[in-house]
Design a protein around this ligand. Structure first.
Ligand code: G3I
Length: 364
């Protein structure tokens, strides 16, 4: 947890405007709030979020497993808090996520006798979930990640063989967007995925997005999650993807940006991926060496310069977490590492990456 005194220091250390001022008129600059922050247990993180960011996503608290663990029993406590906190701060509340293969209870796809639910039952449960959740925040949550990670990473497979695909067929995607649009016709509806900005997955994403647009499905934006590393992906590849997605007439949101610095074989964000912990792949347990911090800052500078070149299509860039200590990357794809992927350090102080991003915004 970030200490309050360190947070005070980071405030003093700053001679730059808050990020949300720096990016005004360009795109929204967001962050994801942990469940601890939404429970009021991370006041310094909350303060950084309120100071610097003007779009708030719940990192976990609006996922189906958080909202409707048991059929018909909704728990909106943390989700309500996210929306209230955003509104109090003048930030845009972002909804994440309605339909995903992870963090979704098995009851959506299973009958009481343990047999798989039939198509109509699964579809009805999906529609009820979406109508209830989107309906509750109608006019308040301005953007929704409607479907998350439906595209397969496997070379010869288009869509991920998820319980949603198996129970409903590929129309589950279009049906989810239609249900969300019916519940809030003014919300911006997003298809969100990892690695669709990389060449191996981009054609599948373009195929899916075109097919939805051809069917007149209410989809307005594509979310590039942006879980990146120091050396991958190649930004030329990413820039080409932004151009191609924009050419479809969709907005592009960068929905979960972080840049991990640790050696990792796995290049995606499939939460099921795992690698074993060895000292060699956890090299910076005490501190991040300056040269690595500088490479990290340079990577962020290049990323934001790219986003700024495409500010006509980019609507929002959201960082996946507030500070390094709370990042999911400390536990992925290896549990118990010390990563440094964000703009604020474990004490809540702005890092070289923060200043690189702020300077990019100022055109310096
Ligand atoms: O719910 C328990 C909580 O009760 C307990 O106190 C806590 C202690 O460890 O664990 C809690 O659950 C964990 C939760 O994060 C909150 O920390 C889950 O086990 C863990 O799986 C979960 O991980 C999240 C992951 O999605 C899976 O939902 C990460 O925080 C979150 O950053 C990550 O976010 C995803 C996006 O939603 C979609 N794109 C990829 C991205 C990274 O995987």
């Amino acid at each position: 947890m970030v200490s309050s005194s360190a947070f005070a220091q980071q405030n003093e250390a700053q001679d730059m405007p808050p990020l949300k001022e720096a990016f005004k008129g360009k795109f929204l600059i967001g962050t994801a709030l942990s469940y601890l922050t939404l429970q009021g247990k991370e006041a310094p993180s909350e303060a950084i979020a309120r100071t610097h960011f003007n779009a708030f996503t719940a990192e976990n608290s609006m996922k189906p497993g958080s909202l409707q663990k048991t059929e018909g029993q909704f728990n909106f406590t943390e989700a309500d808090r996210l929306v209230e906190m955003a509104e109090q701060s003048g930030a845009t509340p972002i909804g994440h996520v309605l339909v995903w293969h992870e963090q979704t209870p098995a009851w959506f796809f299973t009958e009481a006798d343990g047999k798989p639910a039939n198509r109509e039952a699964a579809l009805a449960r999906m529609r009820t979930h979406i109508a209830t959740v989107v309906g509750r925040y109608k006019g308040r949550v301005k953007e929704w990640d409607v479907v998350n990670e439906a595209i397969s990473d496997a070379p010869d497979e288009w869509l991920r063989p998820s319980p949603w695909l198996k129970s409903i067929g590929e129309e589950f995607i279009a049906e989810a967007f239609r249900a969300a649009h019916a519940a809030d016709p003014n919300a911006i509806l997003i298809y969100n995925d990892y690695n669709i900005e990389r060449s191996y997955k981009r054609p599948k994403a373009v195929r899916l997005l075109k097919s939805l647009l051809d069917q007149k499905v209410p989809i307005h934006a594509v979310g590039i999650q942006g879980h990146w590393r120091l050396d991958t992906p190649n930004f030329a590849e990413v820039e080409e993807s932004i151009t191609q997605f924009g050419a479809l007439g969709l907005k592009v949101m960068v929905t979960e940006l972080d840049i991990g610095v640790l050696p990792t074989k796995y290049q995606g964000a499939d939460i099921a991926a795992r690698e074993a912990l060895t000292p060699a792949i956890n090299p910076y347990t005490e501190a991040l060496p300056d040269d690595v911090a500088q490479r990290h800052a340079e990577r962020y500078r290049q990323a934001f310069e790219m986003f700024l070149r495409h500010q006509d299509v980019i609507g929002r860039v959201t960082l996946w977490g507030v500070h390094d200590g709370s990042s999911w990357l400390n536990n992925f794809p290896v549990r118990g590492r010390t990563d440094y992927p964000l703009l604020f350090d474990r004490e809540g102080r702005p890092k070289p990456a923060f200043f690189a991003v702020a300077k990019a915004a100022a055109g310096r």
